[in-house]
Design a protein around this ligand. Structure first.
Ligand SMILES: O=C(O)c1ccccc1NCC(=O)[C@H](O)[C@H](O)COP(=O)(O)O
Length: 279
């Protein structure tokens, strides 16, 4: 891996984080006989700047999936699991990921911020997923965080249809939080919708189901490019790739004020759902 997750996404012509996920929220198979590593490799081949892998068991994930994916791609990898403890971040860094999902709706504020600092201390990008404006406030070093609006409700296991208006409504708050990279995640169900969200000001998108169900990723991306060109013509808004300096990796362990080194954060996630993160 040569670039941090954040710089890879900001520097991409097509800022789409392509996700490998075994099952959707209703249990439907998304891999259809394909191996996770093969799907990830196909994404990289198609030009993915970054890949996401869901290891959370609600979505049929496992630690093995993470290893299969990291073994097959050179692009930065985002780990999506129910991360509540510092040791999960240490393990994720050891496993070769570049970014870690932190779900604001499932973490007390202090823990969210502590885990974000831990990610940064390991040179990982905190991928902070929010569902309301308040959750974005006060993140540590926000320029080094991705802040993603989740269009679905993880507390309901994402069984809802998703609400893209949430992304539209929260974009000003996400920008105000200080991130360079607002992302819209979940329920981005078509190339047209994806292009629309970029035209409205998002710097990145996280897409799982729509790409996994597409008969051809290349055809999906070609349609996306067509819609983007059309919306650029209409709005004049162009997403200019940015180069950012990778944040420094601080010496480890990094003492975090107010917490016991190596201590755990209060468990706020469904018990036993985070075993996809390697120990
Ligand atoms: O959102 C979470 O907190 C979460 C935690 C652990 C595993 C997965 C989690 N979310 C999954 C997702 O958010 C979606 O897979 C992702 O955004 C893609 O959504 P879609 O394009 O609708 O498949």
């Amino acid at each position: 891996m040569t670039q941090s997750f954040l710089s890879a996404l900001l520097g991409a012509e097509r800022p789409v984080i392509m996700e490998v996920k075994s099952r959707d929220a209703h249990g439907a198979d998304l891999l259809r006989g394909r191996l996770p590593g093969d799907v990830a490799a196909a994404y990289q081949q198609a030009g993915a700047p970054c890949v996401s892998v869901v290891t959370g068991r609600w979505f049929g994930g496992s630690a093995a999936m993470l290893h299969e994916v990291t073994a097959r791609v050179d692009v930065p990898v985002l780990l999506k699991d129910f991360v509540t403890r510092r040791d999960q971040i240490t393990a994720a860094a050891r496993a070769g990921v570049s970014a870690v999902l932190l779900t604001a709706a499932l973490l007390p504020r202090e823990s969210l911020h502590d885990l974000a600092r831990q990610c940064q201390a390991h040179g990982l990008t905190p991928f902070v997923e929010i569902t309301d404006a308040e959750e974005a406030i006060g993140l540590p070093n926000p320029r080094d965080c991705v802040v993603a609006v989740n269009n679905k409700d993880i507390t309901a296991r994402e069984r809802d249809a998703g609400d893209l208006d949430r992304s539209r409504a929260l974009l000003p708050a996400v920008r105000a939080a200080g991130t360079l990279c607002p992302v819209s995640a979940s329920a981005v169900n078509s190339p047209a919708t994806a292009a629309g969200l970029l035209a409205e000001g998002y710097r990145g998108l996280l897409i799982g189901t729509s790409l996994l169900r597409a008969p051809s990723v290349e055809a999906w991306l070609a349609e996306f490019d067509t819609h983007r060109a059309a919306s650029t013509e209409k709005t004049g808004r162009v997403v200019v790739p940015l180069t950012v300096e990778a944040p420094p990796v601080l010496p480890h362990p990094v003492p975090v004020p107010g917490t016991a080194a190596g201590g755990t954060v209060p468990p706020a996630t469904p018990a036993g759902e985070a075993e996809g993160v390697p120990a």
